[in-house]
Design a protein around this ligand. Structure first.
Ligand SMILES: CC(C)(COP(=O)(O)OP(=O)(O)OC[C@H]1O[C@@H](n2cnc3c(N)ncnc32)[C@H](O)[C@@H]1OP(=O)(O)O)[C@@H](O)C(=O)NCCC(=O)NCCS
Length: 190
């Protein structure tokens, strides 16, 4: 899928030790987005613990950085040995940056990663009144099937291909290089 993102936007996987950035991003969500992200009202403390836990589990988080600040994230969390080859996905984009294609770009990366990990079923909990997420899920109709009150997606193909692995490898490499350049320019400015 073609990604047309605003200038200065970098999408890459979060590294170990960046769970505080993830927590700060989720704490900045407006009340409605926070409710939609977690399927109900949750406290700041809950979010901090949730972010800490995400680095301990086998969770893969793609982050969207704008001018070096994490403004959007997509999480891919395996459901464990009881439900092998199944994972849960969850997305969040801070309000001022919604409707700029960031959610779509994050979901595309998450689907590629899910495919390359051979997940064949991807669950996305979505409240029935969350039209924005439903609209986003519809954009990926070829890869996700939509159900009332929840999105349960079947990843297009359970088998990774050399091409799908190469695509993830290239986007990871590009994300790393851009992050290094960003860091370097910040240090020079300081
Ligand atoms: C759902 C969410 C991740 C979407 O992120 P986003 O960056 O706004 O998504 P995009 O800009 O890629 O838009 C995706 C689609 O949503 C639809 N959309 C965008 N803005 C919309 C609006 N104001 N109202 C209704 N639909 C809208 C459009 O169809 C859009 O696709 P298009 O731009 O190709 O037409 C974001 O709104 C969010 O973080 N919401 C709060 C948390 C949440 O609901 N998470 C999902 C549960 S896990």
């Amino acid at each position: 899928m073609l990604e047309v993102l605003p200038e200065g936007v970098v999408i890459r996987k979060l590294w170990i030790g960046e769970s505080d950035k993830y927590g700060e991003h989720m704490l900045r969500l407006d009340p409605q987005s926070r409710r939609n992200r977690f399927g109900g009202a949750v406290s700041d403390d809950y979010i901090r613990k949730y972010a800490d836990l995400s680095s301990a589990l086998e969770t893969i988080v793609h982050g969207c950085f704008i001018d070096g600040v994490l403004r959007g994230a997509a999480e891919l969390r395996p459901l464990g040995s009881n439900r092998p080859r199944q994972a849960e996905a969850a997305l969040s984009v801070e309000k001022p940056w919604q409707s700029h294609g960031i959610g779509s770009a994050l979901l595309a990366r998450t689907l590629l990663t899910a495919r390359n990990r051979s997940f064949c079923l991807l669950h996305m909990a979505c409240l029935a009144d969350n039209q924005r997420m439903q609209q986003l899920a519809r954009k990926f109709a070829a890869e996700l099937s939509f159900d009332f009150g929840s999105v349960v997606g079947e990843v297009e193909s359970s088998r990774p291909t050399p091409l799908s692995l190469m695509r993830e490898f290239l986007t990871d490499g590009h994300g790393f290089a851009t992050a290094m350049l960003d860091l370097q320019s910040r240090m020079l400015r300081a």
